[in-house]
Design a protein around this ligand. Structure first.
Ligand code: FPP
Length: 247
């Protein structure tokens, strides 16, 4: 089936509102070609760009979250960390015009205060310029970890409790999410992970509680429109009962 026919087909079914992607396999892609790992990241940046263009053009989801750098990724060799930070800054700087014109709203989730000042500035600029866009909400997870997000909520809850503003009986799931730095981020419907590993690796632990999971051995730099469509097909074939019995 041609990509156009496949698109017509998936548009007849329920589309995921929020897709979150673990872009894994850049290093292996590079190593298989005798290239330095950073070349894999560079190619991975192109794959991310391709995906953003595709989902925006074809209106395949309203929220797209890309796991660009985890709280654990700081442990990588300093040259690799530096390269990734530069790549992400360049991506935002060079693509901001196109993203803004395409109706994409950009937001970074994660530990803003740990980002190098240049990248933090690009993030601020991108968030500000695209704040009124509504076609696609792109969340870039930068120095992000699901546990960090929960810990931040705990910290706020304890502080509010000490201040007398929060009682134990006020705490429910909605309250916890409101206190998390990802407050407002909708539940994830579909998590896609490339690179063959089948785990969440401290991604959106709270928001992905009922997400459908799609794993593919495709390495991130080779992720393309057809692979995304396979993930959406798989999603449409799932029975989502959110723990209940469907009648
Ligand atoms: C995991 O591959 C990938 C990363 C830690 C970085 C992901 C970042 C990008 C693709 C950069 C571009 C992103 C945007 C939003 C422009 P790995 O290095 O763990 O691969 P390996 O498991 O093969 O070693």
């Amino acid at each position: 089936m041609s990509l156009r026919n496949e698109l017509d087909q998936v548009h007849k079914g329920p589309l995921p509102h929020h897709v979150a992607v673990v872009m894994d396999g850049n290093g292996r892609w590079a190593a298989a070609r005798g290239l330095p790992r950073v070349e894999g990241h560079r190619k991975g940046g192109e794959a991310a760009e391709r995906l953003i263009r595709f989902v925006t053009r074809e209106t395949l989801c309203e929220h797209l979250t890309l796991f660009a750098f985890s709280t654990e990724n700081w442990e990588r060799p300093p040259e690799e960390v530096e390269f990734l930070m530069e790549l992400l800054g360049e991506f935002l700087a060079q693509k901001l015009g196109e993203l803004a014109d395409a109706g994409v709203r950009v937001e970074a989730i994660g530990q803003h205060d740990r980002l190098p000042p240049v990248l933090a500035e690009e993030v601020r600029r991108a968030e500000h310029r695209t704040r009124d866009n509504r076609r696609l909400f792109l969340h870039v997870a930068l120095s992000f970890g699901g546990r960090w997000s929960v810990v931040e909520a705990m910290r706020k809850a304890v502080q509010q409790s000490v201040d007398g503003a929060l009682r134990p009986e006020d705490v429910d799931a909605a309250c916890v999410h409101r206190l998390m730095p990802t407050a407002g981020l909708p539940d994830v419907d579909l998590v896609i992970r490339t690179g063959g590993e089948q785990r969440l690796s401290n991604f959106l632990l709270w928001e992905a509680a009922y997400a459908e999971l799609f794993f593919t051995p495709v390495l991130w730099p080779e992720f393309d429109e057809a692979t995304f469509m396979r993930a959406v097909h798989a999603y449409q074939g799932r029975q989502r009962n959110f723990g209940k019995v469907l009648r």
